[in-house]
Design a protein around this ligand. Structure first.
Ligand code: ADP
Length: 274
């Protein structure tokens, strides 16, 4: 299932004195089965864009095509559940959304809310808890007795148990140490490869983008300023600094790309700040 944005604009509090244009003129397509990173500095519009990917926000103008559905400004939408099932979002610090008395109930909550039987939901919980690297024994525990890392995995299992075709990850490595970051990103990447799951990574980390994405979309001040492979992006190193993506990141990004491709890249401009 492809997702395509066509001239998307979104204004918060549209029509009020507090109106604020958060994104404008954004067009790009996320083809089925790809890993796409959406990167940008704080305030560049990433979160606003993310909420359009499963129709939690509707564009103020333009349209978002999600599989066979088009979400358009000024049109009343009926039954958005199929979209929400197909496009799962793992929000930042998802562990904060756990609330049930045990892990099993927490994972089953989403699927059952979408009409899946209790028996099937439990079956999925037993499957997905292992896919996120935890044992089935944990299903009877209270989520609040788990470690932070375990809680995050439980929350992710809850989104995966909806069996989405597209998984949107909002800063999935926020607050994790380097080892935890790698473990969680490798887990997502394996799911992406094994199940042909489309992965959309919304992040300010160029490292994650360089390491995992096929395509990178860069936002700056609410506009799309770049779209291409991580290598294409790197060729625009000077502009990365202009977009608030700093030189130390560019250098780390270069190193990562070199490690990944085994090839050295043309010299990076290190004098951006001069
Ligand atoms: P990012 O996720 O890249 O940090 P956001 O999408 O959160 O960017 O923000 C884009 C712009 O929209 C910013 O200028 C921000 O201040 C504004 N904005 C975000 N949320 C709201 C809101 N609920 N009401 C008004 N303005 C908002």
């Amino acid at each position: 299932m492809d997702i395509s944005l066509q001239k998307v604009e979104y204004r918060y509090a549209a029509g009020s004195p507090f109106e604020k244009k958060a994104i404008e003129d954004i067009s790009f397509t996320i083809p089925s089965g790809q890993c796409v990173a959406i990167i940008g500095h704080t305030g560049s519009g990433k979160s606003t864009l993310l909420l359009h990917l499963n129709a939690l926000l509707k564009p103020t103008s333009g349209s978002v095509v999600i599989g066979d559905r088009t979400v358009k400004a000024g049109r009343k939408e009926k039954d958005l559940k199929p979209i929400r099932q197909k496009v799962g979002i793992v929000f930042q610090f998802p562990e904060q959304q756990l609330f049930e008395e045990n892990v099993m109930k927490d994972i089953c909550y989403g699927p059952m809310n979408f009409g899946v039987s209790e028996e099937e939901a439990k079956k999925r919980a037993r499957y997905w808890i292992e896919q996120v690297g935890l044992s089935q024994e944990i299903l009877e525990d209270s989520p609040f007795d788990l470690s932070g890392g375990q809680m995050r995995r439980v929350a992710i299992a809850g989104v995966l148990a909806m069996e989405p075709e597209v998984l949107v990850l909002d800063e999935p490595t926020a607050g994790l140490d380097p080892r935890g970051r790698k473990e969680i990103m490798d887990m997502f990447y394996q799911l992406h490869k094994k199940r042909n799951l489309t992965l959309i990574l919304v992040t300010h980390s160029m490292e994650d983008a360089a390491e995992y994405a096929d395509q990178v979309v860069v936002l700056n001040k609410g506009r799309k300023v770049h779209e291409g492979t991580p290598r294409d992006l790197f060729a625009d190193a000077e502009r990365l600094a202009e977009w608030g993506l700093g030189v130390p990141e560019v250098v780390r990004f270069q190193r990562l790309l070199e490690e990944k491709t085994g090839r050295s890249l043309p010299g990076v401009c290190l004098s951006i700040d001069e």
